[in-house]
Design a protein around this ligand. Structure first.
Ligand code: ZN
Length: 429
């Protein structure tokens, strides 16, 4: 529609007078690397026009309000406006909880020790197998509301607590139903190779064969997943089994993702590069060779700063080295029963304080680069015309309060697909 000098174009929503709009623009084609991660494309005293689900225009506040009129206007005076958070790594669907394990961890029990005692993930597998699809839908809807309150508008969500074909499909159907119901967008990942279930104890190779020959084709046929992931770890799925799983996924049309080099330097990053994974996640023990192969193959590094904290592991991914190597970094929560972290503001603070990334880098990593890590950068992750209107308004006058304040709850307004879900820090949906 062409503007007439006196006629304003009618839109559904205008967000005006923002002190800062963090656009994160210019990186929709390829993820930001190196110093690009600090280029947030900040506009001062700016506004956004939104029609339907999409952003129509972004610019100086007076220019936008001269060109457009809206049914609803949000005055963002003194506030920061930014893209909705994208969380590229969650284990969002599960039944039960594991609060009792915190005490075991405090007393020094490691991940593998808790696992070998039948706790940890195997406990969640028992609970998730026992849960119905409706049980899971109910708890996940509550979790989704919490994520939205904290400004997260899109997540990747993995299966991996069923570990039977029936229960893995049940989890993936929950993810699909939640996504269809909205408002949170969920991108599904098949993680049948998350752990070896008790019925396959000592027979990893047989379990791998079952996943490759029966589960992956079935999941792909039902179009229940976009990505295929594997928990590539010493004494779990080692390199050869991980390669078989990721290659089988690829043949079925599922792009590889990988839990790589989290607890031991096994060569997961090298495998990620070899199979052309979209991302390699964790990377606490990644090798120099692994990093250079990731860079060559264009694999995104997903840092998960909450994971070592909740595992009580005194080590972090060397994010500074990864950024220096010009590998794009995304940041996620690793939300799971082991790492119950549903507050992206806190994730960003941990990224700054533990991984020594700047607030600008952490914001890039949890918006546009995170969107790349889940194949969604054409639709979300930045504030640009024609993108989905997924927007967060913070009660802060400068974006650097993200990071600085440790998960303080600065989220004032959340807009998802053009719809206002949170106002004044409260759900309005
Ligand atoms: Zn994970």
């Amino acid at each position: 529609m062409q503007d007439h000098a006196l006629t304003k174009t009618r839109v559904d929503l205008i967000i005006s007078n923002a002190k800062q709009i963090i656009t994160a623009r210019g990186h929709s084609e390829k993820p930001a690397t190196g110093s690009e991660m600090e280029e947030l494309g900040i506009l001062q005293n700016a506004a956004i026009a939104i029609q339907g689900q999409e952003i129509v225009s972004v610019g100086r506040s007076n220019e936008i309000t001269n060109r457009y009129s809206a049914a609803e206007e949000i005055d963002a005076s003194g506030k920061v406006v930014m893209p909705g958070f994208v969380d590229p790594h969650t284990h969002f669907v599960f039944a039960g909880s594991r609060e009792g394990e915190l005490e075991l961890k405090i007393k020094g029990a490691g991940y593998m020790e808790i696992l070998q005692k039948g706790g940890g993930i195997l406990r969640t597998v028992r609970d998730t197998r026992a849960a119905t699809k409706d049980d899971l839908l109910q708890v996940c809807k509550e979790r989704a509301r919490n994520l939205i309150l904290h400004g997260t508008t899109t997540i990747e969500a993995k299966s991996g607590y069923g570990l039977t074909l029936h229960d893995e499909i049940k989890m993936l159907e929950v993810i699909r139903e939640l996504n269809n119901a909205g408002p949170l967008t969920l991108v599904p990942t098949f993680l049948g190779a998350h752990a070896v279930p008790p019925e396959f104890a000592g027979r990893v190779s047989d379990f791998t064969t079952l996943i490759c020959q029966e589960w992956i084709p079935e999941v792909a046929m039902r179009k229940l997943a976009v990505f295929c992931d594997v928990f590539c770890e010493k004494d779990v799925f080692e390199i050869e089994d991980s390669r078989r799983i990721l290659e089988s996924g690829k043949r079925a049309g599922l792009r590889p993702k990988i839990h790589a080099d989290e607890l031991y330097p096994l060569g997961g990053a090298e495998l990620a590069a070899e199979v052309g994974a979209i991302s390699a996640d964790h990377l606490l023990y990644v090798s120099m060779k692994g990093l250079s192969e990731m860079r060559r193959a264009g694999v995104i590094a997903v840092a998960l700063p909450g994971a070592p904290i909740t595992l009580m592991v005194d080590r972090n991914v060397d994010a500074r080295r990864i950024i220096d190597e010009n590998i794009p970094v995304a940041v996620g929560s690793d939300f799971s029963p082991s790492c119950w972290l549903d507050n992206q503001e806190l994730v960003i603070a941990l990224t700054c304080y533990k991984l020594k990334m700047t607030p600008a880098e952490a914001i890039c990593a949890s918006t546009i680069n995170a969107a790349h890590a889940i194949g969604m950068a054409k639709q979300i992750g930045s504030i640009e015309a024609d993108k989905k209107a997924d927007i967060v308004i913070l009660n802060a006058g400068d974006y650097r309060f993200l990071g600085y304040r440790l998960g303080s709850g600065m989220v004032d307004t959340v807009v998802k697909n053009g719809r206002i879900l949170v106002r004044d820090g409260r759900l309005a949906m």
